[in-house]
Design a protein around this ligand. Structure first.
Ligand SMILES: Nc1ncnc2c1ncn2[C@@H]1O[C@H](COP(=O)(O)OP(=O)(O)OP(=O)(O)O)[C@@H](O)[C@H]1O
Ligand SMILES: [Mg+2]
Length: 498
């Protein structure tokens, strides 16, 4: 239900409309005076404003209320009520951002309908603003994780070229983050409020892809029942991302080359060029030089798109980044039943670092997702990881005793001897250079660190065991540990800040 601010100098009208919308469950704030209404806009923050355009014959107060409403963040939708003869001013109000106007006299049903439409419009706008904010957040450069030297090179390049208009070719094996980088480039450029249009060039047969990319005129081929804009036009002002460009047919390659050279597209069945202002990003996991030698990829197109290449390393080449990526993927997750953030045993982390990840970051992300779904406590252990990884578990894994307390439900699995990997991003960052985790199937013995750190780790593991056994009930866990609830809270918060 919405907050509606209503402004009219006709008392009977105000009463009628107020009653109507209150009976529908909305909160209505009625005003008969312009200044009070303007103040009310600030205090009420309504989703919708219905205002008479002229509160007296001399001044279009409605325009002042509209101006104030438009200055709010988020701005409410405004419906103008106009008397006969004030259409011109109503049109002016529309130009200044009013959503609609109704001419007096009107039926209450007309007003109801207009309000319904305005409120759904408002919901759509609010959602859109929220989603764009989320997208911007999601594709900040800081969301691309990696500290390896090759990733540092990528970051340097990405930040340098985000805001220019050059064509960029993003190279890398499957799952290395090519699309993530393309989106980050777009959402960190001045094109960010215009569309980002991804196109998978390998997903469609040649003729379909051609009309998808460039559009078509009605009747251009059987089935072209109306004019259609192509994706290049849809992306106008923004970015088009041509994914898997290596699988584009030679005919489409030459059409694309023309678009890149002339910055204009021609729809299928149409000779009229349409100018487009689009930044082109392309990606491939195929070796394009080999395609050129084979004669399946045009060399001139290669030089056009390869203005600035960015090569993403495979995960095998940056094993030290695995703990950091794991922290990133677990960061905002909590165990659905226990409500606790996830933890991971050192052994599970070692196993993750020993795998060679042919599917790169995507495969790792899926493995973590799977572990979170299958994990009965909030501590991820080797047996929660995909079976293909179990073979990497070290011989010493027989030390890892996982016990189910007799009579206890199966979810109270207790890790007896595995210690936990410190998972916060900062910990992982500090850790990764001197990480105890190596790429060898049988990990080297852990280097000796300060005794204090070891004891803290042990304490945290023990606190977590207690919490897991108490199914997340801190009071119960404190009782089991023989400490007060306050002490448990203090210890947990100390661990967070370590
Ligand atoms: N450096 C990274 N930091 C955080 N997440 C990453 C990183 N690289 C990849 N990812 C995540 O891994 C998944 C796969 O990434 P993406 O789709 O960008 O890969 P791709 O190279 O386009 O793969 P493909 O070639 O198969 O299309 C995504 O969920 C992405 O968010
Ligand atoms: Mg991709």
């Amino acid at each position: 239900m919405a907050k509606i601010l209503l402004v009219d100098d006709e008392i009977t009208m105000v009463q009628m409309v107020t009653e109507l919308f209150r009976s529908e469950g909305h909160e209505v704030f009625p005003f008969t005076n312009c200044n009070a209404a303007i103040e009310g806009l600030e205090t009420v923050s309504p989703e919708l404003v219905i205002t008479d355009l002229y509160l007296d014959k001399t001044r279009a107060h409605g325009l002042e209320i509209l101006a104030k409403a438009r200055s709010l963040s988020p701005p409410p939708v405004v419906i103008m009520i106009t008397a006969f003869g004030s259409i011109e001013t109503a049109v002016e109000a529309m130009k200044k951002g009013a959503y609609d106007y109704l001419e007096k006299p009107f039926k209450l049903d007309e007003l109801k309908l207009c309000v319904q439409r305005a409120l759904s419009y408002n919901v759509a706008i609010t959602e859109n603003v929220y989603l764009r904010k989320q997208l911007r957040k999601k594709y900040q450069f800081s969301q691309i994780i990696g500290t390896a030297a090759k990733m540092q090179e990528v970051f340097k390049m990405v930040e340098r070229v985000a805001d220019c208009d050059s064509t960029i070719l993003i190279l890398g094996e499957s799952g290395t983050g090519k699309e993530l980088v393309a989106r980050a480039l777009h959402f960190n450029s001045r094109r960010q409020s215009a569309p980002f249009v991804p196109v998978n060039c390998s997903a469609l047969p040649e003729s379909l892809l051609e009309s998808e990319l460039f559009g078509h005129r009605k009747g251009a081929f059987t089935g072209a029942i109306s004019d259609k804009k192509g994706l290049f036009q849809e992306a106008d002002g923004g970015t088009i991302f041509l994914d898997e460009i290596g699988s584009m047919s030679p005919m489409l390659q030459s059409r694309l080359l023309r678009v890149l050279q002339e910055r204009e597209v021609r729809r299928v069945g149409d000779n009229l060029p349409v100018y487009v202002n689009v930044r082109v990003l392309a990606a491939t996991n195929e070796p394009l030089e080999e395609r050129i030698k084979e004669g399946t990829f045009r060399e001139d197109l290669y030089y056009r798109i390869n203005v600035i290449p960015i090569t993403l390393p495979s995960l095998r080449e940056r094993v030290d980044d695995i703990p950091l990526l794991v922290s990133h993927f677990l960061k905002e997750k909590t165990h659905p039943r226990l409500g606790q953030p996830y933890q991971m045993t050192r052994e599970a982390m070692e196993v993750l670092c020993a795998h060679d990840w042919p599917g790169n970051v995507r495969e790792l992300e899926n493995a973590i997702e799977r572990a979170c779904t299958l994990c009965e406590s909030n501590i991820i252990q080797v047996h929660d990881l995909p079976p293909i990884l179990h073979g990497y578990a070290s011989k010493s894994s027989s030390d890892t005793v996982i016990e189910t307390r007799p009579g206890a439900p199966p979810q109270t699995l207790v890790v007896l001897s595995e210690s936990l990997y410190p998972l916060s991003i900062t910990d992982a960052k500090q850790n990764h250079s001197s990480s105890s985790v190596s790429h060898a199937p049988a990990p080297a013995p852990e280097p000796i660190g300060a005794l204090k750190t070891f004891l803290k780790d042990q304490e945290l593991a023990y606190l977590n065991r207690a919490l897991a056994q108490a199914a997340g009930d801190k009071e119960k866990a404190a009782a089991m540990l023989g400490v007060s609830l306050a002490t448990l809270y203090r210890k947990l918060s100390e661990e967070e800040t370590v």
